[in-house]
Design a binder for this molecule. Structure first.
Ligand code: FBP
Length: 555
């Protein structure tokens, strides 16, 4: 079946992504340099014990050189894992071009539906023709994705069997922090069994929280934040035209507020909440409401009964009393999962009451004070990695409800005379499958190309690293970072587990500093910026420019 394509879609298929100069001659033109041994970001003793074979490996950097390639073809497997992020197809295109450049007989197999595909042995061979219609496109539909956690001996054995069946010598896991934790576990297992199968991770997530000195940005963050910023700008213009609504926009980003802060820097909304700031200041929910209400009232004194507020989706987990309640809730849910008294309850109300009765007193009171809808959202299933699904919690509506109630009180006390009409929004899924910006198209292709190079040099338990990203692609630096370097121990499903540490917004960093310096001005005066849609063609300062975050952090 031939698909109908728009003119832009057709043009994007033939876009040739840029590569760092060092990778341009393929694997043959490379040599690798190593740094010293590395340590995990925290909990070194535990991580070392869990990863005896892969712990402490050095950082690898590719240099121009030369290397031999045997005539023996190699087979590589790839999985897309976790939430969609723009550019995933280009990572696969990069791996494919890199391995075919090394040897036309090399093969690439895509496992279907995420990590479960590699356990169940469901795959699709990626051929040039098959790949052609996915180049530079958004989405993960080429092979699908999933959130299965790889952790049991049986899963590892099945994975090994399936790799042997296809004679696979390297697996590339394209994923976020949890998926790269899977990659680290799998790499350790393969090393412990002397399988010779290498595992390489690729840093994906629109959340932007998989980063460190060597991983400057996770792919998809650039395109997703540009997409949301376009929408926020459109809403700002609508708010400023109609002058009758407050728009409360929740933005994706499960824990960290990188998406929110980047969009704020791009669009200058009137209110920007940053979860990390709320956590450090131990701001209560009531204080968050007071802060927002204060701005709403001040604007109304100037006749402005409208505005735009951006809210990170992870906020609820960073408000201290909510955090403690959610953690108590997580432990309780893990405990009562098989509790016969709980399981037999059919009525939602009875279930809520039962759970409430198991919580510590203070947490039970907080839980009980929340609207029923929010209670139900807090109790929704955790994802396979034990995370609360914050995308399902309507924090924006909770805040609207609480602010509304406060304004009613203030009106009665004669402290507020304005009108408050609010529109809730949630931008998340709108941006995760957008056609990758030039930056993400180039970055992803390079990450994929580089991932095969790392496997070729025999490295395993590494994440593909392409950095120096504020410079033109030619000057990008390619190499690999050991996954154990990024790990620490965290509580999941009620037990301590090794996981990749999320990078949160640094409150003493230049990005937050910029927001802090400007947010008062943006609150009362209107400094809205209308970024417009992503541009794929045109002058580089419009079409190739990347995020404000990386520019502030790296220049
Ligand atoms: P990843 O960490 O896997 O990239 O996913 C992040 C994310 O996009 C979050 O921003 C969001 O909270 C979550 O996925 C939504 O998950 P789902 O796709 O399962 O609804």
């Amino acid at each position: 079946m031939t698909r109908e394509l728009s003119a832009l879609q057709k043009a994007r298929l033939s876009y040739q992504p840029k590569l760092p100069k060092v990778l341009k001659n393929g694997i043959r033109g490379l040599s690798v340099e190593f740094g010293g041994p590395t340590e995990s970001v925290a909990d070194a003793d535990d991580i070392k014990e869990i990863f005896p074979n892969s712990y402490g490996k050095p950082i690898a950097t590719f240099k121009t050189g030369s290397t031999d390639i045997s005539n023996e073809p190699v087979n590589v497997g790839v999985i897309l894992s976790g939430g969609q992020a723009p550019g995933g197809h280009n990572v696969i295109a990069g791996i494919f071009d890199s391995l075919k450049n090394a040897n036309q007989n090399n093969r690439l197999y895509g496992f279907l539906g995420g990590p479960s595909g590699i356990i169940n042995g469901k795959y699709q061979e990626i051929t040039a023709d098959f790949l052609a219609e996915y180049r530079n496109t958004g989405g993960f539909d080429i092979i699908g994705s999933g959130r299965t956690k790889l952790e049991t001996e049986d899963q590892f054995k099945d994975t090994w069997n399936n790799c042997q069946n296809l004679n696979i010598s390297a697996i590339v896991v394209i994923g976020g922090d949890d998926s790269n934790t899977n990659a680290a576990m799998l790499a350790e297992y393969f090393l412990s069994k002397n399988t010779g199968i290498k595992v390489i991770g690729v840093p994906k997530t629109i959340d932007g929280d998989l980063k460190n000195e060597q991983i400057e940005i996770s792919f998809g963050f650039d395109t997703a934040t540009k997409t949301y910023s376009e929408l926020i700008g459109n809403i700002e213009r609508d708010a400023n035209s109609a002058k009758k609504y407050w728009h409360f926009i929740k933005l994706m980003g499960r824990s960290a507020s990188h998406v929110t802060i980047e969009c704020a820097l791009q669009t200058h909304p009137n209110i920007t909440l940053i979860s990390e700031e709320v956590a450090i200041n131990k701001t209560s929910l009531a204080e968050v409401v007071n802060y927002m209400t204060d701005i709403i009232v001040k604007r109304s004194h100037e006749g402005k009964n409208f505005g735009v507020a951006v809210i990170p989706e992870g906020l609820i987990e960073f408000i201290p009393e909510m955090k403690s309640m959610i953690s108590n809730l997580n432990d309780t849910l893990a405990l009562i999962e098989d509790d016969a008294d709980y399981v037999k309850l059919c009525n939602q109300e009875d279930k809520f009451k039962y759970i409430e009765s198991k919580l510590e007193k203070q947490n039970a009171e907080i839980f009980a004070s929340l609207p029923k809808s929010i209670q139900a959202q807090l109790l929704a299933d955790r994802d396979p990695h034990g995370n609360v699904q914050v995308s399902k919690i309507e924090t924006e509506k909770l805040l609207i409800e609480m602010i509304q109630a406060k304004l009613v009180e203030m009106k009665a006390a004669g402290e507020y005379k304005g009108k408050f009409a609010a529109q809730p929004h949630f931008f998340g899924y709108e941006g995760r499958c957008a056609a990758p910006s030039n930056f993400d198209a180039d970055y992803c292709y390079s990450l994929g190309y580089n991932a095969f190079a790392l496997a070729h040099f025999g490295l395993s338990g590494y994440i593909s690293s392409v950095r120096n990203l504020t410079k033109p692609a030619d000057e990008w630096i390619a190499g690999g970072v050991p996954l154990t370097m990024m790990m620490n121990m965290e509580k999941r499903h009620g037990a301590l587990k090794p996981v990749i540490q999320k990078a949160l917004v640094e409150l003493d960093g230049p990005v937050f500093e910029y927001l802090k310096k400007n947010r008062e001005k943006w609150a009362l005066e209107d400094h809205y910026i209308f970024t417009g849609p992503i541009q794929y063609y045109g002058p580089p300062e419009i079409a190739d420019v990347t995020t404000k975050t990386i520019q502030l952090e790296r220049t």
